[in-house]
Design a protein around this ligand. Structure first.
Ligand code: B12
Length: 351
């Protein structure tokens, strides 16, 4: 981890250190049982856990923390396969109790009552958890065979065949939307789950991601060949978000629909975005968020856009919203959609 995601406030940062140290005090075996690497990971995980707790509290979206805990429990079961389930549960419970204890001294009464509520639920989730298989591949989808074939080529490091395979799909009558949303998107979700289940390493995940980005660029002559409709969109991933393929797919598909697409990539500041909006005067701004930690920044940008450019339509989306209780309904935006297909359908009806 350590990928710029822990934008913790001062109080939560102090808590991370306290919790880490106290865990070694209450469980004396950890000092000798854990390697330096696992100790380092334990500290990073503490930051990560706190960042999810903090964003859930800031947005008062308990669902964010609840969904994260479900994801975390299974990740721990998968990664720590040399440690018993019982022991993992004990350690996680101790960890969250220590977080609660420490936050008592670092937060006001309102925040602390949310902390208590969220952690009580987390501990109950840990108590009742059992190990389960996670697969994103819809085996009954007519596209699953293409997903499977492409992943196998990637696993065999057969790069040119993998690229050719996807490039050949339009010849098998698949539209660009189908190639992107029905094949490559589930492929990327499956790659994520393979990492999560411990079947591939992080570097393999990165390799498979970079090949898929190459695959996307193979469609550029098709994407840029369509007649223009005079509409412009700006798309980007919010704040320190590093996941960029969702916003990129959306830009490509809009370009193909005739729009002028300005794709800004990821990890850009609010100021840069506002500058680009002034420069390009878009009809639509697309904000993509994958990790819930960046939802607070997303809201900040949405507010700035509404204040300074009230006439521009705003679309939000990305997997971060899946873990909320329909957070988009609380925001002043034009549209939330689950995927590129939903967004384009709305755009075709709206513009
Ligand atoms: C590739 C990848 C990375 C790459 C990203 C590289 C890049 N250049 O983009 C790197 C290595 C940087 C990375 C880092 C991390 N990742 Co990562 N990553 C992935 C992976 C495998 C694929 C992401 C992807 O490209 N998806 C495909 C795109 C097309 O799908 P999409 O983003 O959902 O977009 C579609 C829709 O959501 C929607 N949409 C998206 N944006 C918008 C916007 C609007 C307006 C609308 C309407 C719709 C919309 O339309 C899109 C197209 O249909 C995912 C797995 C997954 N489930 O996605 C994990 C995943 C997202 N990562 C995860 C994690 C944990 C991390 C790290 C914390 C640690 C790590 N594993 O290395 C860091 C955090 C980095 C950070 N600061 O943000 C977890 C997140 C789990 C959670 N609890 O939140 C996942 C789910 C893996 C997993 N199964 O556990 N990651």
């Amino acid at each position: 981890m350590g990928l710029l995601i822990h934008d913790l406030s001062k109080d939560f940062h102090k808590v991370a250190e306290e919790v880490y140290e106290k865990h070694f005090e209450v469980d004396k075996r950890l000092e000798s049982e854990y390697s330096d690497y696992r100790k380092q990971k334990m500290y990073e995980d503490t930051l990560h856990n706190l960042s999810f707790l903090e964003v859930a509290i800031r947005l008062e979206e308990k669902a964010i923390f609840k969904n994260y805990i479900d994801w975390l429990i299974q990740l721990m079961f998968n990664l720590m396969d040399d440690v018993s389930t019982k022991k993992i549960k004990e350690q996680m419970t101790t960890h969250f109790r220590l977080i609660e204890e420490s936050l008592k001294n670092h937060s006001d009464a309102k925040i602390y009552s949310l902390v208590q509520d969220y952690i009580k639920t987390a501990i109950e989730q840990i108590r009742t958890a059992s190990s389960e298989e996670k697969s994103s591949a819809d085996k009954h989808s007519p596209y699953s065979i293409h997903c499977k074939n492409y992943i196998t080529l990637l696993l065999n490091r057969n790069v040119s065949s993998a690229v050719d395979y996807i490039k050949g799909l339009p010849k098998m009558s698949l539209s660009l939307m189908e190639v992107y949303v029905d094949v490559l998107q589930p492929v990327m979700y499956e790659i994520g789950n393979m990492w999560y289940r411990g079947e591939i390493s992080a570097d393999q995940e990165h390799y498979m991601t970079s090949i898929t980005q190459t695959v996307l660029s193979q469609f550029y002559d098709i994407i840029f060949s369509t007649e223009k409709n005079g509409l412009t969109l700006i798309a980007f991933s919010v704040g320190k978000e590093l996941h960029e393929m969702g916003a990129r797919m959306i830009s490509d598909l809009f370009e193909y629909e005739g729009w002028n697409s300005i794709y800004l990539g990821s990890a850009i500041t609010k100021e840069t975005i506002l500058k680009n909006i002034k420069k390009y005067q878009p009809d639509l701004v697309v904000l993509s968020v994958t990790m819930p930690q960046h939802l607070v920044e997303c809201k900040r940008i949405v507010d700035a856009l509404n204040e300074k450019h009230a006439h521009i339509k705003i679309a939000v989306g990305g997997q971060a919203f899946n873990s909320t209780d329909e957070l988009w309904n609380k925001w002043d935006i034009s549209i939330y959609a689950k995927d590129a297909r939903g967004l384009i359908k709305w755009a075709n009806q709206t513009f």
